[in-house]
Design a protein around this ligand. Structure first.
Ligand SMILES: C[S@@+](CC[C@H](N)C(=O)[O-])C[C@H]1O[C@@H](n2cnc3c(N)ncnc32)[C@H](O)[C@@H]1O
Length: 159
């Protein structure tokens, strides 16, 4: 299974880099995991609605250019569907059973994901109704994907 995490913007915080690197290393025992960083557009607080749309559109085009046609795309979106960790594990296992070998998780930038990306996605996954910073979201996601593989394999994982 190839897991790709596509996210907008460069990861800056050292503590996040270390945390993500640790879970990527652990996940390596179960799947091929890679990260793709998309350049972000400047998004000052003063942007009009139309300018925000342009920012998201440009970032969205860059995201879509990285996604192959046969990928199963899971967009992270606050308004998406919430799942338990066990459900995520079950869903990844089902995708593997149905021969889907590429799962692309997509995390938006500070303004979120453009509708074109949401339309391309096969599902929208929410981690809660709260808004998380996109860089922190990467760490939370990679931990949950690792947890999913541990659950799938029936291996012990602290609750
Ligand atoms: C700072 S948030 C963007 C906030 C933006 N106002 C919106 O509504 O999408 C950046 C990205 O992190 C991800 N994200 C943040 N909180 C999330 C949550 N609770 N569930 C799923 N994804 C989330 C989404 O991919 C989002 O595009």
């Amino acid at each position: 299974m190839n897991i790709v995490i596509v996210s907008v913007g460069k990861l800056k915080e050292k503590y996040l880099k270390q945390g993500i690197a640790e879970y990527v290393k652990r996940l390596g025992a179960y799947a091929r995991i890679s990260e793709v960083e998309i350049a972000d557009e400047k998004a000052p607080e003063t942007l009009s609605e139309a300018d925000m749309e342009i920012v998201k559109k440009k970032e969205g085009e860059r995201i879509l250019a990285k996604i192959p046609a046969d990928a199963h795309v899971i967009a992270l979106a606050i308004e998406g569907k919430m799942k338990t960790s066990e459900q995520l594990a079950e869903d990844i296992e089902k995708l593997m059973t149905y021969g889907k070998s590429k799962i692309y998780f997509v995390i938006g930038g500070s303004l979120g994901l453009h509708d074109d990306v949401l339309r391309r996605s096969n599902e929208k996954l929410s981690f809660s109704p709260m808004t998380f910073p996109h860089q922190l979201m990467r760490l939370i996601l990679v931990e949950q994907v690792y947890r999913a593989f541990r659950i799938m394999k029936g291996e012990p994982y602290h609750k």
